[in-house]
Design a protein around this ligand. Structure first.
Ligand SMILES: Cc1cc2nc3c(=O)[nH]c(=O)nc-3n(C[C@H](O)[C@H](O)[C@H](O)COP(=O)(O)OP(=O)(O)OC[C@H]3O[C@@H](n4cnc5c(N)ncnc54)[C@H](O)[C@@H]3O)c2cc1C
Length: 445
């Protein structure tokens, strides 16, 4: 029986707190099917939520007349007897997934922060520490089960509905409600990692080292670097997908001096996820993120960083907002793995580049515009400087994209057209375009 909850559950960011007139919380795919049939019959506005981690207003919740379909109860994590495949319910969260898989001595590609939901992360592609080695999370899917707009429950895989399977892999909430992700596990549980804090004065040297590493050490696909520049200090993480002493792949960073002794261990994916979960900004209620990309170039990184720093410090002083300047390395092997494993619509560039993002945390609604102006201006600076220097990459990673960005259009005209054709085939009445409240929809791309 579908439970009708009296009080809507709350998304992580207060920017997305709205009150729908009705919340349905199904625990079976058949109930999701019934709900979509009802939505269709009565032309009801609706939103779909899995983990509720999107800070984009109206994407996974809605205000007033309409139905929130809250998938939190469809949260199964079922590992096959040979540990090669895991079935994941959209309502599960990645921290729980990695904890369970640890006991089977395998891993799976998903999001890096434990509270992020499975459902939304896959639909935006899913970037993990070892995406350079194995591709995006969606590239490691074997199949999905999806409830279409007319309530029909279908499987999509290489063998069945292969066009739909391709489109789901990063194509956003445009085709139906996914009720099961069947993913191939990867043989990564034990790993080497090192995490350290660095002074703000070291940032230019860190950006030099990062660009140098992207051009040299990043050819070792087992190695990746997390770089999060905050207002007070900078965090650098070096991650290797198997146990090691210090891998030589990170030599480009050897001359940097940390603020305190770095934390080095041979741990597990779960222990790293727990560690990263603990660094999320405590207290702040409102959040946003934003995406931009560029080719590898130390001077570009330093120039955009200097621009961001000035703006971010000023807004921090006037509003208390905290924000980060994060570069995510994308080696050529990421796109190669995507093609090798069947392809996806994302159109990730084949050469080494970076995905910039920023996590923005603040408290007062009256500061929304002033705070969001910083990431917006920084994205414009990336575009302006990278275009002028021949370093522009138009790609926008959907899972980092803010409400006013257009990641689906950045996948390229041919992929966008193919996604539209597939959406029309599986949802001829355009229910997901017309009745769904928000999200990165093809009708708006
Ligand atoms: C602190 C932080 C860290 C992050 N780290 C990562 C990371 O490491 N890697 C990464 O790839 N992303 C990361 N993200 C981005 C995250 O993956 C996206 O915000 C994602 O949309 C969250 O998924 P969710 O299920 O929690 O979201 P929700 O808010 O529930 O949903 C997001 C969107 O997906 C739709 N949707 C959700 N489930 C379904 C479903 N089953 N069927 C159809 N539509 C559905 C919703 O309608 C909505 O449009 C991070 C975000 C934050 C805030």
């Amino acid at each position: 029986m579908t439970e009708i909850l009296p009080i809507p559950s709350v998304p992580r960011s207060q920017t997305a707190w709205l009150t729908p007139s009705c919340v349905a919380s199904p625990d079976k795919k058949e109930q999701v099917s019934q709900i979509l049939k009802t939505v269709n019959l009565f032309n009801h506005r609706f939103s779909v939520r899995s983990g509720g981690h999107s800070p984009n207003p109206g994407f996974s919740i809605l205000q007033g007349e309409g139905l929130l379909i809250d998938l939190r109860k469809i949260n199964h994590i079922a590992v096959s007897s040979d540990s090669k495949i895991v079935d994941l319910g959209p309502g599960a969260r990645w921290g729980t997934v990695y904890a369970k898989l640890d006991s089977y001595n395998v891993g799976v590609l998903g999001a890096r922060i434990p509270t992020v939901g499975v459902g939304g992360a896959f639909l935006g592609g899913g970037f993990f520490h070892f995406s350079g080695q194995f591709g995006m999370a969606v590239d490691n899917l074997k199949s999905v089960e999806i409830v279409l707009a007319d309530g029909k429950i279908v499987e999509a895989s290489v063998q069945q509905n292969s066009d739909l399977f391709w489109a789901i892999k990063g194509g956003g909430p445009n085709y139906g409600i996914v009720v099961n992700y069947k993913a191939n596990t990867v043989p990564v549980k034990n790993m080497w990692y090192q995490v350290g804090q660095y002074a703000t004065s070291e940032v230019p040297a860190i950006l030099d080292a990062f660009a140098k590493w992207q051009k040299t050490g990043a050819s070792d696909v087992k190695a990746t670097v997390a770089l999060i520049i905050g207002l007070e200090s900078t965090t650098l993480g070096f991650f290797y997908s198997e146990p090691a002493t210090k891998p030589a792949s990170f030599d480009a960073f050897n001359s940097l001096t940390p603020l305190a002794p770095v934390f080095t261990t041979n741990g597990t994916v779960q222990s790293l996820t727990d560690l990263l979960g603990g660094v999320a900004a405590p207290g702040a209620l409102r959040h946003d993120y934003r995406a931009a990309s560029s080719k590898v170039d130390a001077q570009l990184y330093k120039d955009v960083y200097a621009f961001w720093r000035q703006q971010a410090d000023a807004v921090h002083n006037s509003t208390g907002a905290n924000m980060t300047f994060t570069l995510q390395p994308v080696p050529p092997n990421l796109a190669r793995e995507g093609s090798r494993k069947g392809g996806n619509p994302m159109g990730v560039p084949k050469e080494a580049h970076q995905w910039w993002t920023t996590l923005v945390d603040w408290t007062r609604a009256e500061d929304d515009d002033a705070v969001r102006a910083v990431p917006i201006a920084t994205e414009q600076k990336w575009v302006e400087l990278s275009k002028a220097r021949g370093l522009h990459v138009p790609y926008l990673f959907l899972n980092d994209a803010s409400r006013d960005q257009n990641p689906l259009a950045s996948y390229g005209a041919a992929n966008l057209q193919r996604m539209r054709t597939i959406a029309k085939k599986y949802d001829p009445g355009e229910v997901f375009q017309k009745l769904q409240n928000g999200g990165f929809l093809l009708s708006k791309a």
